[in-house]
Structures are given as structure tokens and as C-alpha cells.
Design a protein around this ligand. Structure first.
Ligand SMILES: Nc1ncnc2c1ncn2[C@@H]1O[C@H](COP(=O)(O)OP(=O)(O)O)[C@@H](O)[C@H]1O
Ligand SMILES: [Mg+2]
Length: 265
């Protein structure tokens, strides 16, 4: 298990037709210690997904490097697991077949992986659903399947791109607690992207607020709320003065960024 380091990371996209360049990310530098929980927040287009896709190895940076321990990331790998927004499961397959997909790709037999599937389904609160067709599940349950599918492969780093964005408020709150629980239980390094200021505050021990044009880390926070959330109701935490103060500060920050974007458009 190892630290994740992004060093001098830049990504410039070039439009094939017009030749116009977009600086999606410029000069990103940080190290995440093993087991750290990072949330990434920022207005649309500031490069959040690009950053995650680069760590996942789906796209190659135009400059800079990403290291997991002393290994250079040059493509996708089993050491990094991804949880996408709702809708990335094989809905026509059973829950078990979705969850053990990675194991079977690795050559494990269905019988052999069954025990591990059951274990992870229990961990995410889906005991007894192994043989249910995935399309029959609610959105929240489907995201539990997505978490189990990721965790069963035992990745070192878990990458989540707005995984709870499509859920209703109550389900979302339950899932936020589950993410914290899994973080504590597994000790994994987690990077979670979100559009929601509250979610970023609740789920990040560290939080990056990103800004666009070029995409960059605008401000970094160290926060106590994720740790608090391991033992307390998230709704209680949201009522704390300390929580509202940071929330207001960040809301204003992003509000001003959006104003600038609109003004400059
Ligand atoms: N494959 C691509 N080709 C061209 N431009 C892209 C591509 N992917 C992302 N971009 C641009 O890079 C910027 C950052 O995008 P993205 O990482 O998706 O932002 P976010 O996830 O924060 O909304 C945007 O301006 C987007 O239009
Ligand atoms: Mg995105």
C-alpha cells in the first residue's frame, strides 16, 4: 500500500476540428497518503473528471506524472478501482455477476468467488440480493452494488466520480455514511468528486476546491467532519457552527468563480 503522488500534472485538450486548445488542468501537485480521504469540488469544467481519469489511467497527461508508491501510472490497473455515477452496472445481470465481474475477468470460477461476493454484499448492506437482477434495485442499492464491485478487487485507491449525484436526499445521506464506514473499515485511499459542497465537507478529511481556465487547485482544506461522521449522524454535523462557517466560505468562493465564468463567457 502506497502514497499517491501527482507531480506537475497538466492536460491540454485540442479540438480536432478547430484546433482550439483547452487547458483542462495546469500544474497539479499533491501527495495523498495511504488511507487518506480526499474530496474534490469545483464548478463544472474545472477538470475534476479529467484529474480522476488520469489517476485511473484512462487518459495520459500532456505533462507531469502520477505515482502510486514508486510505480508510474501509465494505464488502468487493478490497484485502482473506479465507482461511476449511477448507470454504469450491467443491469441485465444479477447483482452477484456484477460484483464478481473483475474476479471472473481475472480467471476465478463463479463458485470460488461466491463467498467473497456474499461477504462484500453484506458489507454494503445487500445481504440476500446476490441473485436479484440488478435492474430491479433502487438507485441507492445499485450504487451499493457499484461499491461492492469495486471493493472486491481490493484496489489500493478508490476513485469516485460523483457517485451519489443521482440519488434522492435521504438515500444520499445514507450512502455518505456508508462511504465513511467503508473508508474506516478498509483503510483505503479514496478520492471522491462531488458537485455538492455539503458532501465534499462531510466526505473529505482533505478537500480541494478547484477553479477553471486553467483547471487548478484553488484552495485546500483539512477538515474534521469525516472523522466526526464515523460516530455521529451526518445531519447533526451539518448543524455545527464550524460546518456552516466553512460551507458559507466555499459557497461564496464558488459563487464568485461562476460569476467570473459567466462574465468572461
Ligand atoms: N476529451 C476531451 N476533449 C476535449 N476537451 C475536453 C475533453 N475532456 C474534457 N474536456 C474539457 O476539459 C475541461 C475539463 O473537463 P472535465 O474534467 O470534464 O471537468 P469537470 O469534471 O470538472 O466538469 C472542460 O473544458 C472540458 O470541456
Ligand atoms: Mg465531471
Amino acid at each position: 500500500m502506497a502514497d499517491l503522488t501527482c507531480k506537475d500534472l497538466c492536460m491540454t485538450f485540442t479540438n480536432q476540428q478547430s484546433g482550439a486548445k483547452v487547458e483542462a488542468l495546469s500544474d497539479i501537485n499533491f501527495t495523498l497518503k495511504k488511507g487518506e480521504l480526499l474530496s474534490v469540488l469545483g464548478p463544472s469544467g474545472c477538470g475534476k473528471t479529467t484529474l480522476l481519469n488520469m489517476i485511473a489511467g484512462f487518459i495520459t497527461p500532456t505533462n507531469g506524472s502520477i505515482l502510486l508508491g514508486d510505480r508510474l501510472i501509465e494505464g488502468p490497473g487493478a490497484d485502482r478501482g473506479m465507482v461511476f455515477q449511477q448507470g454504469a452496472l450491467f443491469e441485465w445481470l444479477t447483482v452477484a455477476k456484477n460484483v464478481d465481474f473483475g474476479l471472473r475477468m481475472g480467471g476465478a470460477s463463479e463458485a470460488k468467488s461466491r463467498e467473497r461476493v456474499e461477504k462484500w454484499l453484506a458489507t454494503v448492506g445487500l445481504q440476500g440480493f446476490a441473485d436479484t437482477p440488478t435492474y430491479q434495485l433502487s438507485g441507492g442499492m445499485q450504487q451499493r452494488v457499484a461499491l461492492a464491485r469495486c471493493l472486491i478487487n481490493d484496489p489500493e485507491v478508490i476513485l469516485m466520480d460523483e457517485p451519489l449525484g443521482a440519488l434522492d436526499a435521504l438515500t444520499r445521506e445514507k450512502m455518505q455514511s456508508l462511504v465513511l464506514e467503508l473508508w474506516k473499515k478498509t483503510g483505503k485511499t479514496i478520492v471522491i468528486i462531488t458537485h455538492s459542497v455539503e458532501e465534499a465537507l462531510l466526505l473529505g478529511e482533505r478537500l480541494f476546491v478547484m477553479a477553471p481556465r486553467p483547471g487548478r487547485i484553488h484552495k485546500e482544506y483539512q477538515l474534521p467532519f469525516a472523522e466526526w461522521g464515523l460516530g455521529r449522524s451526518l445531519r447533526d454535523i451539518k448543524l455545527e457552527k464550524e460546518f456552516s462557517a466553512v460551507r458559507e466560505e466555499i459557497l461564496t468562493m464558488i459563487w464568485n468563480m461562476e460569476e467570473e465564468i459567466m462574465g468572461g463567457a
